[in-house]
Write a protein that binds this ligand. Structure first.
Ligand code: ATP
Length: 242
């Protein structure tokens, strides 16, 4: 691994309200410009983990850093300013606004973040040419796959080091899942580090460099994507955890 991980998480614990911890002591480093897939059974805490990284769930214990900057106590907005962008699973675009308006709004609150502006907009539109051709189309009129591209593009306008994606394939047809995964590969090629939470294990492992398997809020396996593909995930996904 190069000197500074793009994302560094240590001893992370988080939960909802007064409930038990859902994220139960996650530690991991992610090298720059890689795709790390986060997979695991339903309810294992994948979405909660990524929400905690984005600052939407209070950290009870542990630390999170982005390219060496500690963001543990930062608000979600300041995490974006520090280089971490997040695409939630749902409600990730404004359906009544056009593509152009969505992209404009995405940068509205980003003044001060280096590398945000017309040049970044050009770079992002070059990654998603189908968006640039349809700037006046309402986001609500886009297909599921196109909407996902718009959500990625909006997040990338912040010029992030790390892009957090929560189940981008949810609800998409197999063909569109493939196109979405290809788009994620283009994002990595553009120099962005991607943490990809996915239910679609096969699709995620196809494009990931490494993967972690979360079970009951803990890392039960961390390895290269091919090694995780070869592992007996059934045992891990369905084992009873105390
Ligand atoms: N808003 C919430 N309030 C309280 N508990 C929640 C909330 N959201 C999730 N949980 C609980 O946290 C646990 C983990 O859920 P989470 O959605 O993070 O898992 P997941 O691995 O992403 O699951 P899935 O693959 O089904 O989306 C579950 O027990 C769930 O009931």
């Amino acid at each position: 691994m190069s000197a500074i991980p793009a994302l560094s998480v240590s001893g992370l614990r988080a939960g909802y309200g007064r409930g038990d911890d859902i994220v139960r002591g996650i530690t991991l480093d992610q090298a720059p410009e890689t795709i790390l897939a986060v997979i695991g059974p339903n309810g294992s805490g994948k979405s909660s983990f990524v929400k905690t990284l984005a600052g939407l769930l209070d950290i009870r214990q542990g630390r999170v850093s982005v390219t060496g900057t500690d963001v543990t106590s930062e608000t979600p907005a300041r995490r974006v300013a520090a280089g971490m962008a997040y695409v939630p699973q749902e409600a990730n675009v404004f359906p009544s606004l056009t593509i152009g308006e969505n992209l404009k709004l995405a940068t509205e609150f980003l003044r001060g973040r280096a590398g945000v502006g017309p040049e970044q907009r050009e770079k992002v539109l070059a990654l998603f040419p189908e968006l640039g051709a349809r700037l006046k189309t309402r986001a609500g009129d886009l297909s599921g796959g196109q909407r996902q591209m718009l959500a990625f593009a909006s997040a990338l306008l912040a010029n992030p080091e790390v892009l957090l994606l929560d189940e981008p394939s949810a609800g998409l047809s197999p063909k569109i899942v493939g196109q979405t995964m290809e788009a994620i590969v283009r994002v990595r090629a553009a120099g962005v580090t991607v943490l990809l939470v996915e239910q679609n294990v096969a699709a995620a492992l196809e494009i990931a460099d490494e993967a972690v398997v979360l079970v009951a809020g803990q890392v039960s396996l961390r390895d290269t994507a091919p090694a995780v593909r070869a592992a007996d995930l059934g045992d891990m996904f369905f084992a009873k955890v105390a």
